[in-house]
Design a protein around this ligand. Structure first.
Ligand code: 9MR
Length: 365
């Protein structure tokens, strides 16, 4: 373990500097060697890999500043959307590999550990996947065969290039029971086992992960532990558990994080911090967000209080919060393989949802 005080202090200073640099970052050439900021991947070299989820614009050369940031700071890379079922396999007999190919190429060119996200999820999966030719629900066998075919095609294409796959994403409900998704309803609870089995067959060398949000909360945490134990008992390969880490200024607490690391330790799996961001606002889901009338001045004040920039004191609180989370990560570095931010900079974060949020290390510019 590498929790020496000097390293820890350096990590926190770097994070705080990046966050507090504000607009100063924009005028600096993010990837240039003259930049005074050390690369995060170097600062945390002894602890874990550092990654970011990227979209098409970053890997296709449309957003050169973001690409330079990723090249400078990251040694691992995740596809934010292009490998999900919908984008990569939009119709029964049509795959759209081009964006995923560009993503993998970008990662390879920069010698990054590439993460495929994600093979089996209830979301961003087209309706046709769960229907037969007559638009009737699929039988278990037909569904398994469709799943296998998809996994073999996608994992097979990137065999030896993608180092690890989020095989199954978000299969649990908050109470730790299996989510009643179409996967669950059509195949039954062993759809998760089958997905891991097929992924391993398709690329025996790839690492395989189960990825989840809020799995540091009681209920879901217990469900997650049960699931990993079950997969292991069946002799299936599972290398790690993804803690998405969509966080806010208070959640997760130190206690919740400690509980998660303690629960994972005896399972013999690595932990990946897979989708880190820190919302400066308490969580409001998509459904509720859509109902907010941003033309109403009171609603705006309440839900979009910082439309043109974060006040200094909130920025400082955000920096402190990031430092707090990273102290926990460094403390548990013996369990953590990588820390991946869910995006590169605030402008492109999924958390804006119609307002200005500030969840990442780099600001809108
Ligand atoms: O960031 C992703 C966003 O661009 C997509 O519109 C959204 C679709 O559901 O998915 C977002 O990423 C999600 C990730 O794949 C799984 N965990 C939750 C992430 C945030 O919603």
């Amino acid at each position: 373990m590498k929790t020496n005080l000097q390293l820890k202090t350096l990590c926190l200073i770097v994070l705080t500097n990046i966050l507090l640099a504000g607009e100063g970052c924009a005028s600096e050439q993010p990837g240039s060697s003259s930049s005074p900021q050390p690369a995060l991947k170097d600062v945390f070299k002894k602890d874990f890999l550092i990654g970011m989820a990227v979209n098409n614009n970053v890997v296709c050369g449309n957003d050169v500043n973001a690409a330079a940031i990723v090249e400078k700071h990251c040694n691992t890379l995740t596809a934010e959307n292009v490998m999900k079922w919908g984008p990569i396999h939009p119709e029964p007999n049509r795959y759209n590999f081009e964006p995923a190919d560009r993503f993998v190429e970008f990662g390879q060119n920069n010698k990054m550990f590439i993460i495929g996200h994600t093979l089996v999820w209830h979301h961003q999966t087209p309706k046709w996947v769960f229907e037969d030719n007559a638009n009737k629900p699929m039988t278990r066998d037909a569904m398994l065969s469709r799943m296998k075919d998809h996994i073999f095609t996608v994992v097979g294409r990137y065999k030896g290039k993608v180092g690890g796959w989020d095989v199954v994403n978000e299969a649990l409900d908050d109470n730790g029971e299996l989510r009643k998704s179409k996967w669950f309803e059509t195949i039954g609870e062993d759809f998760i086992e089958k997905a891991f089995e097929y992924a391993h067959e398709a690329d025996p060398d790839a690492e395989l992960y189960y990825n989840e949000y809020n799995n540091e909360k009681p209920g879901k945490l217990e469900g997650c532990v049960r699931l990993i134990r079950k997969l292991k008992a069946k002799g299936l390969r599972i290398d790690g558990v993804g803690l998405q880490a969509h966080s806010d200024m208070n959640y997760p607490s130190k206690k919740e994080l400690e509980g998660f690391f303690a629960a994972m330790k005896p399972l013999g799996v690595k932990v990946m911090i897979t989708e880190l961001d820190v919302s400066v606002f308490p969580w409001v889901d998509w459904f509720a967000m859509r109902k907010i009338d941003f033309n109403d001045v009171n609603e705006r004040k309440k839900f979009n209080p910082y439309p043109s920039g974060l006040p200094d004191e909130v920025q400082q609180k955000l920096a402190d919060r990031y430092a707090e989370l990273f102290s926990e990560y460094v403390k548990h570095a013996d369990q953590i393989d990588r820390v991946t931010f869910w995006g590169v900079y605030d402008k492109t974060s999924w958390l804006n949802m119609g307002r200005s949020n500030y969840p990442l290390l780099l600001d809108k510019k």
